[in-house]
Design a protein around this ligand. Structure first.
Ligand SMILES: NC(=O)c1ccc[n+]([C@@H]2O[C@H](COP(=O)([O-])OP(=O)(O)OC[C@H]3O[C@@H](n4cnc5c(N)ncnc54)[C@H](O)[C@@H]3O)[C@@H](O)[C@H]2O)c1
Length: 310
């Protein structure tokens, strides 16, 4: 991304948790980053909130080349004009995003891509905000976006998707395409399926919150960081691979699926979850927990450079 004469210009709209992390990521990788937020205080605090992500990126991606520039923009037009990627990180609210897109669209260059970071809204819900929906893609990062490489993409214009993917790759991200618009994209569907069962086990008294989390991070979580859910069963089948696994353990897998629960977030279940994570946190506040998460993620990302995933 280091084209010194005409560095890639990227607009970041909404500079909250996700926007500030995207801004740090793209600046670290040499882009000309333009940030806009309608809340003056949020805009003003952006450089301070980018400081820790920038320091972490220096550890995780030390070979990214010269840092790009950061411009805080007092108006939308200054941020969007000339940007080839406009990464939208406004609050998760359809009318708000539609209103923002209606302002952005006339300011966009003809080839520019408007990419929404939305977690749980679909492309189809957001596209009516534009005259030309082909300009829009959903490009969902996983928090924290400057560390976790995944960006899940859906759109209808293959050329725009390809251009956006090239920009994300140049910033060290791993774009993954959806073939079909889906609520929760891929990763949040997987995470939601898993959390549903994690909550059910607490509701049903199978295990405490701390035990469920300990089982996850010391077992499948470790394996999943190097091996996807499908590939794990290909290896679970031994020399027979996936076909062998399905023949041998497919019926047992179906029995396990049938035993899974469907919890409700009743007041009692919510109280059990809140009390459980409080025990697990053992007095550590959110900032301390985030710092511990980031330290472990950075160590894991550095380790993966030596042994990439299967
Ligand atoms: N928090 C996460 O874990 C996470 C992960 C992936 C994606 N996302 C998605 O990213 C988006 C932003 O989430 P967040 O967690 O950063 O929220 P946030 O509340 O931290 O930040 C939102 C920012 O948008 C600004 N804003 C308010 N009105 C706006 C407008 N009309 N136009 C532009 N900006 C406006 C706010 O001032 C604030 O700075 C959401 O769509 C969310 O679903 C969040």
């Amino acid at each position: 991304m280091n084209e010194r004469d005409g560095a890639t210009r990227i607009a970041i709209l909404g500079a909250g948790l996700i926007g500030a992390a995207w801004a740090a990521l793209f600046q670290h990788h040499g882009a000309d980053v333009r940030v806009w937020d309608p809340v003056a205080e949020a805009l003003g605090e952006t450089p301070a909130r980018m400081a820790s992500p920038l320091a972490q990126l220096a550890e995780v991606a030390p070979d990214a080349g010269p840092r790009g520039t950061l411009t805080l923009c007092g108006n939308l037009s200054e941020a969007v004009s000339g940007a080839i990627l406009i990464q939208e990180n406004a609050p998760e609210n359809i009318p708000l995003k539609h209103a923002l897109f209606a302002q952005v669209e006339p300011l966009m260059g003809p080839d520019a891509v408007l990419a929404s970071s939305t977690s749980a809204l679909t492309w189809s819900e957001l596209a009516p905000g534009l005259q030309d929906p082909a300009r829009l893609i959903t490009a969902h990062p996983f928090n924290p976006p400057h560390l976790v490489p995944l960006v899940e993409i859906y759109g209808t214009d293959p050329a725009r998707i390809a251009r956006a993917e090239a920009i994300y790759r140049a910033a060290g991200r791993m774009p993954v395409r959806l073939k079909k618009d889906a609520t929760g994209h891929i990763a949040n569907r997987l995470a939601s399926a898993l959390w549903r069962e994690a909550v059910f086990m607490v509701q049903d008294g199978i295990a405490d919150v701390e035990a469920v989390d300990a089982a996850l991070v010391n077992g499948p979580g470790l394996r999943w960081s190097v091996l996807g859910a499908h590939m794990a069963y290909h290896l679970g089948g031994g020399t027979g691979g996936m076909a062998g696994y399905l023949a041998h353990l497919g019926p047992s897998q179906e029995r396990r699926w049938a035993a899974l629960g469907n919890p409700a977030l009743t007041p009692d279940v919510q109280a059990a979850l809140v009390e459980g994570v409080a025990r697990e946190a053992a007095g550590r506040d959110i900032a301390t927990l985030e710092a511990a998460r980031d330290k472990a993620l950075i160590a894991a990302l550095i380790a993966r450079r030596k042994a990439p995933h299967v």
